[in-house]
Design a protein around this ligand. Structure first.
Ligand SMILES: [Fe+2]
Ligand SMILES: [Fe+2]
Length: 378
């Protein structure tokens, strides 16, 4: 007997469209908990958000300047190398949720909810673009990416369901607040989140390959193929940006620097909120952050004319101060009253100062290759 038999989840892993995948998830949703959905509903600077954009502007993109690379990438995605990958198999070891150290359990569930929300945020945005667009190139791409993200979010939810929690994705789609970003900001933010997602998943996967004793949950075994999807999504956004050189030159370089700084700093602060999780993985969060930033920077040279100077003496020091300010903000909120509010305000100002200190570190400029396409090498 297959102990993992869940026919709905198995069907979902094979789903060809995001709509089909989401419908199957709603069939599973009767088990989903208010707790996990509440966490996913939160909107703070550090929690994953849902985005909306000017879909007409996106629809007007002409991919002719990158046609050959574009067609090759779409063909790769249509071949669907991960069809059927995102389901539990015999490799899915039993997870002793009840025996798990409570601090680890809390942080790990938080990690899964946040990852699920981020995956689903991509799904919702891509699906909407596919629904509203008329440009066959663009809608095809977004349909394929939405398909992948629906599988990713659904698979994380399967893992959460075993712990007695899961995010109600249908509810989230209807009720979570959407943040509007102009298309160019969607490109910068989404490109980076796809590439940093790839770098995060592959770094954990390679680390656990070398240290399997730290693999405290089976989901990490799925990360290698998983990050292949994220890599391809990032490639697609690199090609979209490549269609218009203005997007990555002139004043827009300041925006690119802004998004690089925001995405890196957010990752640092968010990960440092989970010490027990990183200890269980046998990973020093400072080492991990540096490793992921190094990989993401190397990849983003394919399209961005600058990278952040993460070796600058001010970089690490300021990230640490930012992390401490963030802990103090949470403390202030928890304390409440006038003293709590003052602590929160003082540390919010400190956090803003830290961001400015990071942003003003001179960036490194470099020449970009003629062809943007890369292969996953890590
Ligand atoms: Fe994903
Ligand atoms: Fe993705």
């Amino acid at each position: 007997m297959n102990v993992h038999a869940d026919p709905v989840a198995d069907k979902r892993a094979e789903a060809q469209t995001a709509e089909e995948g989401i419908a199957l998830q709603e069939e599973q949703a009767k088990y989903d908990s208010a707790f996990a959905t509440d966490v996913a509903m939160q909107n703070t600077l550090l929690t994953p958000r849902f985005y909306t954009t000017d879909f007409n502007e996106l629809d007007a993109i002409d991919v002719s300047p990158v046609r050959a690379d574009w067609d090759a990438l779409i063909a790769e995605m249509e071949a669907d190398p991960n069809k059927g990958h995102f389901k539990k198999t015999e490799a899915w070891d039993h997870v002793d949720w009840d025996g798990m150290d409570p601090a680890l359990k809390k942080e790990f569930i938080d990690f899964l909810i946040s990852s699920c929300t981020a995956e689903f945020s991509g799904c919702v945005l891509y699906k909407e673009m596919k629904r509203r667009g008329t440009n066959v190139d663009v809608t095809k791409l977004f349909q394929l990416m939405a398909r992948d993200e629906a599988r990713h979010a659904g698979f994380i939810n399967d893992a959460l369901r075993e712990a007695g929690v899961a995010v109600n994705l249908g509810f989230l789609t209807q009720k979570k607040k959407y943040t509007f970003f102009r298309p160019k900001f969607i490109y910068y933010a989404t490109y980076l989140s796809e590439k940093i997602g790839y770098a995060r998943y592959i770094t954990i996967f390679r680390h656990l390959e070398a240290h399997p004793e730290h693999r405290f949950h089976p989901i990490f075994k799925w990360f290698e193929e998983w990050c292949g999807d994220e890599f391809r999504h990032g490639e697609a956004f690199a090609l979209l940006m490549k269609t218009d050189p203005k997007l990555t030159s002139g004043a827009n370089v300041w925006w690119i620097k802004f998004f690089l700084t925001a995405v890196y700093a957010t990752m640092y602060v968010r990960d440092h909120q989970r010490p027990a999780f990183h200890e269980a993985l046998g990973v020093d969060p400072d080492w991990y952050a540096h490793e992921v930033f190094t990989k993401t920077s190397a990849l983003s040279e394919q399209i961005f004319p600058i990278t952040l100077d993460i070796e600058h003496p001010r970089w690490q020091r300021t990230l640490e101060t930012l992390h401490r300010a963030n802990v103090a903000i949470a403390d202030g909120k928890a304390t409440g009253g006038v003293a709590g509010k003052l602590k929160e305000l003082a540390n919010s100002a400190k956090a803003a100062w830290c961001f400015a200190a990071l942003y003003t570190i001179p960036a490194k400029r470099h020449d970009r290759p003629d062809s943007v396409r890369l292969e996953p090498v890590y």
